[in-house]
Write a protein that binds this ligand. Structure first.
Ligand code: NIG
Ligand code: FE
Length: 389
């Protein structure tokens, strides 16, 4: 028998968060639990006393287990450093999307090897903090060659790759010429490496009509749409996302009543990125308003060199609880099941028969410690596809 088809019973779980709607409460917690893993999937979940026999046994010695975090929004393919820009912000400068262009220059100058090593380092950082699924965008190449190779690099690490040629208009090109390039040759070069297409729909980046055009071209090339919208000001991006039935619209910091109503009336997930507000000193999105309206909410890092350089989902959970009024349960659910919904994935973000065996083992008796003990490295093991990663 090969090791991949062996079954393992994982015991010593004080509290297992399943996110299984068939169980009690938002998180479907099983106390004193065990989990059986067969191959890359979960084969059984329940009280430890009822656990079936398996080929191997792993005793976690009294720790909480949560579904692996699903980080549905990151920009990790880049070179260079913008620590000075962060320091200037902390001294009172506002965040300006124009900083993206300095990362573009550094990214274009970097070799594939340097870019790959950078993503590998950040993905490893994420793993150590319990992230098991990650989306990675391009968007710091902004040329046919550099967007395609950014996505080829990203594809080595995840199937959730997103073409973000429409991040900002690069220097020396008119917006009209650039949108034509994005929807033409750049899309053609990017499409083989990408699953999703995204646009930064914001004053200073792309307007609603340009976003609509880019998303339509992407759809015609077989890419599914998602959107950066309403990060820096109110605008039409959120309503465009809802009108088009996009899977997710991300940031959602400045929302009108009509935006909230549109989100509530759609299946579009609102992805909140509180690390951005932490790192830009902007007001946090109003998660309570969205949850009260019945909007599906996800949490993600937005890991990027400009607006938020964290790779930590536990940090985002703690911020969501402390700064956005989410309960610890709501925040953990948004960081796991919410992220899975934002990627339209039904195999991750929960733990039950048939799900991916992707989970984080916490050096804590309860998931509450994720927010209760901010800044503490609580993830003692991350299992991906049925084995410790
Ligand atoms: O999601 N909003 C646009 N893009 C990134 C920021 C990129 C940067 O500042 O380099 C974001 O916040
Ligand atoms: Fe982003």
């Amino acid at each position: 028998m090969s090791t991949t088809s062996m079954s393992t019973v994982v015991t010593g779980i004080t509290e297992l968060v399943t996110n299984d709607p068939a169980r009690d409460g938002l998180l479907g917690v099983v106390a004193g639990a065990a989990l059986v893993v067969a191959g890359d999937r979960v084969a059984w979940v329940g009280p430890e006393a009822e656990a079936p026999a398996a080929d191997l046994r792993v005793d976690l010695g009294g720790r909480a287990v949560v579904p692996g975090f699903v980080d549905s929004h990151s920009h990790m393919v880049f070179a260079g450093d913008r620590g000075e820009e962060f320091a200037a912000r902390m001294a009172g400068e506002p965040y300006a999307a124009g900083g993206i262009r300095s990362t573009v220059a550094a990214t274009r100058a970097a070799s594939d090897e340097v870019l790959t090593a950078q993503v590998a380092r950040l993905v490893a950082e994420m793993r150590r903090q319990g992230t098991t699924t990650v989306e990675i965008k391009s968007g710091y190449g902004l040329s046919v060659r550099d967007e395609a190779r950014s996505l080829a690099v990203a594809r080595q690490f995840t199937e959730e790759t997103t073409f973000l040629g429409a991040h900002v208009v690069p220097t020396g090109v008119t917006p009209e010429a650039y949108v034509a390039e994005v929807t033409g040759p750049m899309l053609a070069a990017a499409a083989p490496w990408a699953k999703w297409i995204d646009v930064f729909c914001e004053t200073g980046a792309f307007d609603v009509d340009q976003a609509r055009e880019v998303l339509a071209a992407g759809a015609a090339a077989g890419l599914r749409g998602r959107l950066h919208a309403n990060q820096l000001s109110e605008g039409g991006g959120v309503q465009l996302a809802c009108e088009l039935g996009l899977v997710a619209v991300d940031h959602c910091t400045y929302l009108s009543e009509a935006d909230v109503a549109a989100l509530a009336g759609s299946g579009t997930v609102a992805t909140l990125l509180p690390g951005v507000e932490f790192s830009t000193r902007q007001p946090y999105p109003d998660a309570r308003r969205l949850l009260a309206a019945g909007v599906r909410v996800a949490l993600a890092t937005d890991c990027n060199p400009g607006s938020c350089f964290t790779s930590s989902m536990p940090f985002c959970v703690a911020l969501a609880v402390r700064e956005m009024g989410m309960t610890p349960e709501e925040a953990l659910y948004a960081a796991t099941a919410g992220g899975a919904a934002a990627l339209d994935r039904d195999d991750v973000g929960w733990l039950g028969v048939g799900s991916q065996a992707d989970f984080a083992v916490l050096d804590a008796p309860s998931h509450l410690h994720l927010a209760y003990r901010p800044g503490v490295p609580l993830v003692s093991q991350t299992w991906v596809g049925g084995r410790p990663a």
